[in-house]
Design a protein around this ligand. Structure first.
Ligand code: GTP
Ligand code: MG
Length: 304
């Protein structure tokens, strides 16, 4: 018997969907495209915020104005860490006027480490940067970190101590001393050879963030050394970049109490690594979105 080729007929709903792709001018096509292929922004800026009502308004104004002035295709995410003041409301008010701003609410006050992880894992950008809400490092410093990623690093961390003269407003002496002792202990306990692990201004390529943050266990102040420890374990390239930094005051960290907790957290990181708590850690296979965008990739620059 002669065998005739019969084209396979897709079920109706599916074939309809295909046809939307064949007719890109139809409005149905755009509907489907947005649902099936959500467009990821180039940059995500994550800002952890706990009781930041006094300074968050000014910070959001600066960050949003800067992002728009640069023409960046970006999202800004504030992670509200169970604030008891009007932090959430401030973000909602700004977000009503600017859709690139998003609010994530933690389930109560969980710490800066938890907040950063929550934001980093929900961020959609190809590069994800986190910054303290007090903008101790001005947002205008971001291109320094982004350039380092373009040049091949997976992670670029702001540093206040690589060139100490970049500190426009120094911390009080006791905080500087505490920071240096902490750094020494980090070198001894985790072998981390960075001048400054604690600067709240760090940028990650998406693949690095997606590999590291799911493994993070430390939820409070000691999370920075843990993510740097994990970055080394997973073989990511980390570079330290001197950035401008001005101490903003407020003194919400107690060097003695928080210092003791951070030391305990360092030992926990060492302990977890000994008992295999971070095993199974594998860099994610390239998801096609891991490459650092180049400056020319922002929408404005593209169309210019
Ligand atoms: N203090 C505090 N900050 C948190 C918490 N969760 C998230 N954060 C955010 O973590 C960032 C750093 O907090 P800061 O209080 O500025 O800490 P710091 O810069 O190390 O210390 P200061 O010298 O007091 O500014 C800010 O964006 C906070 O809003 C928390 O539970 N407590
Ligand atoms: Mg601060």
């Amino acid at each position: 018997m002669e065998r005739r080729f019969r084209p396979y007929r897709f079920p109706l709903s599916f074939s309809r969907r295909i046809s939307y792709f064949q007719y890109p001018s139809s409005s149905k096509y755009n509907e489907v495209r947005l649902r099936v292929l959500p467009l990821a922004p180039t940059y995500s800026i994550v800002i952890p915020a706990y009781n930041e009502s006094a300074r968050l308004g000014a910070t959001l104004e600066k960050v949003l104005a800067y992002v728009h002035a640069q023409g960046w295709d970006a999202e800004v995410i504030v992670v509200n860490d169970g604030s008891r003041d009007s932090t959430g409301e401030i973000v909602r008010n700004f977000a009503a006027k600017d859709p690139i701003l998003k609010l994530i609410d933690n389930p109560g006050n969980r710490g800066k480490g938890y907040s950063v992880r929550n934001g980093m894992l929900q961020a959609q950008g190809r590069v994800i940067l986190f910054s303290d809400a007090d903008l101790s490092s001005p947002i205008e410093e971001a291109p320094k970190l982004l350039s380092a990623l373009e040049e091949g690093a997976d992670i670029a961390i702001g540093s206040r101590w690589l060139r100490a003269e970049t500190q426009t407003q120094r911390q009080p002496l006791h905080r500087q001393l505490f920071g240096r002792v902490f750094n020494l202990l980090l070198r001894m306990s985790l072998g981390l050879q960075f001048a400054d692990t604690q600067c709240g201004f760090k940028a990650f390529k998406r693949a690095a963030a997606q590999a590291i943050f799911p493994l993070q266990k430390i939820e409070r102040w000691g999370f920075d050394p843990e993510i740097l420890f994990l970055a080394r374990k997973l073989g990511f390239k980390v570079v330290e970049i001197p950035v401008l930094w001005g101490h903003s005051g407020g003194a919400r960290i107690n060097p003695v109490i928080d210092g003791a907790k951070m030391f305990q957290e360092m030992l926990r990181v060492r302990w977890y690594s000994i008992i295999g708590g971070y095993d199974g850690a594998r860099p994610l296979a390239g998801d096609g979105r891991s490459a650092a965008p180049v400056a020319g990739e922002s929408r404005k620059e593209k169309s210019a």
